[in-house]
Design a protein around this ligand. Structure first.
Ligand code: NAP
Length: 480
């Protein structure tokens, strides 16, 4: 079966934009044209929302067992086509094929998980306030949901949302990132094969995200938006959704501190940092952004980090043993050059990398910088590239103060062995997720999500499905 699709999917049909317009998608590693997809706007978005609304009545009233069964069928088809999905992902996103396959499997695990959770959506019985009253709480699907997702995980960011939404009984309109629409369309193709009724899943492709986003935010039949992307766009969606008081889940940007205390297992900390920092060429929201190392081990740690970073192989994600693929586009390269240039101008030292690779216009060399200070831009913003930015500290209090000195609150990491300190630090860090002696946090069983300007709402775990459920309180009176 060939999963590659190049038309949008609305109301159970593969369709073009009403204008007939398309936009091209390119391979970030080679710059080669892959294909084009429909360039849709307000009208097609409205049509997709209406189709999802039409499908909602039957879908939300279907049995949990039926929804679970369809999700399991989809899970099975996704598994059978995981290699093809991974190849589509590497072609449009650039990450090494092994990483793409890992992402696809990670995404699939959410479809399986929520197929199981669909059968465990429970309500409550609460003692009434007097003998003639009975109180019930039931959970109901929120309704039609708009899912807006980024390019850095074109498969998994959709899977984390759609599995929970469908399990809860919601229908969806998905708007994938402009750079990576083919992963979304391939997933929809397999959903169609799994047998989801028409209108339950819709995918709208566009190069005008503001137009599609505005229609989603203002349409009264769309009751929730679940967004993963930048804090800047999250704030726009929040403002636009005020008029219809929509529910929102916002998985936004991060600025993760990665603290290494003097009693840490340095080898383990280096391994954890390499995974956290360089996965997806540093283009993840939970990437270690500010690496804070105790002064007494700073020199040794920097030497080890530099050695390991120099071993990373850059290249086209389809080549054997590649660790670091391309950045997503030319703008990302300009950002990397500007962030590193700013840090060097303000006194940072470069130990390796620090420049564009000779491999091509979107390849940036894995880089280690030290002497990072608060006034450097890469300390305040997400780097979103393969650049390790290291600074040092003297005391635990100083490390905590430096770590919390950000408006973001997604992930934080620290390495150390002292049990008292582990508790003190994990409690003091103002982040939605904390990794202690680990550089990897994401897993289907845990509630992924942030606080502060990293957003709100959780994905995965037993909490994930709650994001797509409304609570209804029912009071039955006059029971004689
Ligand atoms: P982005 O620019 O905010 O885009 C995310 C999505 O929003 C894309 O589909 C984009 O469409 C769309 N969009 C852009 N402007 C819009 C508007 N005015 N109205 C509605 N939709 C709009 O973010 P990105 O650069 O793709 O992704 C990187 C960001 O995502 C980083 O900040 C990263 O930290 C964050 N992220 C967070 C998590 C998490 O779980 N917290 C996970 C992954 C990534 P186009 O593609 O057409 O621009």
């Amino acid at each position: 079966m060939n999963c590659f699709q190049k038309r949008a999917y609305i109301n159970g049909e593969w369709v073009d934009a009403s204008s007939g317009k398309t936009f091209p998608v390119y391979n970030p590693a080679t710059g080669e044209y892959i294909d084009e997809v429909p360039d849709m706007g307000e009208a097609e978005t409205r049509f997709a929302i209406d189709a999802a609304h039409e499908a909602l009545k039957n879908w939300k009233n279907s049995s949990a067992a039926d929804r679970s069964h369809l999700l399991k069928r989809w899970h099975q088809l996704l598994l059978e086509h995981k290699n093809e999905l991974a190849r589509i992902l590497t072609t449009e996103q650039g990450k090494p094929l092994a990483e793409a396959l890992a992402e696809v499997k990670y995404g699939i695990s959410y479809i399986e998980w929520f197929a199981e959770e669909a059968r465990r959506i429970y309500g409550d019985i609460i003692p009434g306030q007097d003998a003639s009253k009975r109180i019930m709480v039931v959970k109901e699907a929120v309704g039609v949901v708009g899912l807006i997702t980024p390019w850095n995980f074109p498969n998994a960011m959709i899977a984390r949302k759609i599995g929970a939404a469908l399990a809860a009984g919601c229908t969806v309109v998905v708007k994938p990132a402009e750079a990576t629409p083919f992963s979304a369309l391939a997933m929809a193709f397999l959903a169609e094969k799994a047998g989801f009724p028409k209108g339950v899943i819709n995918v709208v492709t566009t190069s005008r995200p503001d137009e599609v986003g505005a229609e989603m935010c203002t349409h009264s039949k769309l009751r929730k938006i679940s967004f993963t992307g930048s804090t800047e766009v999250g704030k726009i969606l929040m403002r636009q959704s005020a008029g219809t008081v929509k529910r929102l889940s916002l998985e936004l940007g991060g600025n993760a501190p990665f603290i290494v205390f003097e009693d840490a297992d340095i080898d383990a900390a280096i391994r954890g940092l390499m995974q956290s920092k360089y996965r997806n060429s540093g283009q993840t929201c939970v990437c270690a952004n500010r690496i804070l190392v105790h002064n007494s081990i700073h020199v040794h740690f920097l030497r080890r980090l530099t050695e390991e970073t120099r071993k990373l192989k850059i290249g086209n994600g389809f080549e054997e043993l590649v660790d670091i693929g391309p950045l997503i586009n030319d703008e990302a390269m300009l950002k990397m050059e500007s962030l590193v240039g700013d840090a060097l101008a303000k006194g940072a030292t470069c130990h390796t990398g620090g420049k564009k690779s000779a491999l091509g216009p979107r390849f940036y060399e894995p880089t280690v910088l030290s002497g990072i200070t608060d006034e450097m831009t890469l300390c305040k913003e997400e780097i979103f590239g393969p650049v390790s930015a290291v600074s040092s500290f003297d005391t635990e209090e100083e490390a905590i103060r430096m770590a919390n000195n950000t408006n973001f609150g997604l992930a934080a990491y620290f390495y150390g062995r002292d049990i008292g300190r582990i508790y003190r630090v994990m409690e003091a860090l103002e982040f939605g997720m904390v990794g202690v002696n680990t550089g990897l946090l994401s897993t289907v069983t845990a509630p992924f999500g942030g606080i502060k300007e990293s957003g709100f709402g959780r994905e995965g775990s037993r909490y994930g499905v709650e994001e797509y459920l409304n609570m209804k309180y029912i009071c039955i009176g006059d029971i004689k």
